[in-house]
Design a protein around this ligand. Structure first.
Ligand code: PEP
Length: 245
């Protein structure tokens, strides 16, 4: 992907039935023709999404190449199905499925070693924010996830700053706070890994109504969209504002 252009990632999570997916695809495949867009459907629907003019990503991946890991998908299998991106470390995986920093690191490494681009989610809880711990939490998450990776590998990572208290709640941080945290993240990645200007997306309650405002944040590289990505008209509006036609 070219640098310096915005990216929109849709995380559809565990939503829509097969019938709803066919309606969704009729709209999306006709209207979304940008290689700045990554759609991450529920994994069983991936074959319906590949070979279009946008990229396809998984919402999760396992760290091993193959074997007795019932229910998991390996990076090698994902790549063989035409998948180019994977979301790692989403807060729902960290919280509901108890994914540790170590597991997240192993997943990032395995994905990068198997030709996948990684969208690495980081972000603080409401409590951490109120204790002014946002920077400390983000530093821990980034340092552990990217530990030991060289700059060529890290150049295939996109970070997604997602304050957990903003995901699915309709509550969005102030623009200046998002800008400040993204500045901190970019500075940290340069200081720790010598990678300049790593792309950082914002995620958390992005929708068709607030996108114009969020899109004016000067250092944001794009958006990770959850709920609104399951509604094709809302998703298209977000893409039109952030990426253009
Ligand atoms: C997400 O879960 O990554 C997300 C950003 O969700 P939502 O847009 O629904 O807040």
């Amino acid at each position: 992907m070219e640098k310096n252009k915005k990216i929109v990632v849709g995380n559809m999570k565990m939503n829509l039935t097969s019938k709803e997916i066919s309606t969704y695809l009729k709209f999306v495949n006709k209207k979304i023709t940008s290689r700045r867009v990554v759609i991450c459907p529920t994994s069983i629907y991936v074959p319906y999404f590949v070979n279009q003019n946008y990229f396809v990503g998984l919402q999760n991946i396992y760290s091993e190449e193959k074997g007795a890991y019932t229910g998991e998908i390996s990076p090698k299998q994902a790549y063989s199905m035409g998948i180019s991106f994977v979301i790692v470390g989403h807060s729902e995986r960290r919280t509901l499925f108890k994914e540790s920093d170590t597991l997240i690191h192993n997943k990032v490494k395995a994905a990068l070693e198997n030709h996948l681009n990684v969208i690495l989610c980081i972000g603080e809880t409401e409590e951490e924010r109120s204790l002014l711990k946002t920077d400390v939490v983000i530093k821990r998450q980034i340092k552990s996830a990217l530990k030991g990776l060289d700059s060529a590998m890290i150049s295939k990572v996109i970070l997604a700053y997602e304050p957990i208290w903003s995901i699915g709640t309709g509550v969005i941080p102030k623009k200046k706070d998002i800008e400040k945290t993204i500045d901190y993240i970019k500075g940290l990645v340069f200081q720790e890994f010598l990678v300049e200007d790593i792309p950082v997306l914002y995620g958390g309650s992005v929708n068709e109504k607030n996108i114009e405002k969020l899109n004016t944040i000067p250092n944001v590289s794009g958006f990770l969209v959850g709920g609104a990505s399951t509604d094709p008209e809302k998703f298209l509006k977000i893409i039109e504002v952030a990426v253009g036609r």
